[in-house]
Design a protein around this ligand. Structure first.
Ligand SMILES: [Zn+2]
Length: 161
């Protein structure tokens, strides 16, 4: 017997910057600053990420491309790797991600790729704490997820190993 299973995800959609809670407005500004470090000569798609640690510190990441295209790093994983290296015991409370393109205005948020979703999930597992995710393009709506589980509902749990 087959059953059609539907999965529900939840997120907050802000229609303007002013609706975003103040601490996340600040984190989005940090993500924009992080984007300045982006190296994306191949895609011309610049991404910045800012992590908020429980101790209040902010860690930046940006996408770093390479002529061997698949081995580039996404902004989210760059920031998460920096946090794991610089503050491995500090829990992560939120990540803000923003992007822009030289080719066209980005008028909606870009969601993290599958590898980054799994990496954020692992960071949640490592610290036993949800990571809030705020996504924004250059303009338009802003999405706020309370956990990566809403972006990765069928996650691979390391406990299976
Ligand atoms: Zn990614």
């Amino acid at each position: 017997m087959q059953n059609l299973v539907k999965i529900e995800i939840n997120y907050i959609c802000y229609t303007s910057w002013h609706e975003v809670p103040e601490k996340y407005q600040h984190l989005m500004e940090e993500a924009k600053k992080a984007k300045e470090g982006s190296y994306a000569p191949y895609s011309n798609f610049n991404v910045g990420a800012a992590l908020l640690l429980n101790n209040g510190k902010i860690i930046h990441g940006s996408n770093q491309e390479n002529a061997s295209y698949p081995i580039g790093f996404c902004a989210e994983r760059t920031a998460l790797s920096a946090a794991a290296s610089l503050a491995s015991h500090e829990k992560i409370s939120a990540i803000a991600i923003t992007c822009s393109s030289i080719k066209n205005p980005v008028t909606k948020p870009a969601a993290p790729c599958g590898i980054c979703r799994q990496t954020i999930f692992e960071a949640e597992c490592k610290h036993h704490q949800n990571i809030e995710i705020i996504l924004m393009g250059e303009s338009g709506e802003i999405f706020h997820f309370k956990s990566i589980k809403d972006l990765l509902p069928l996650h691979f749990d390391a406990d299976f190993l």
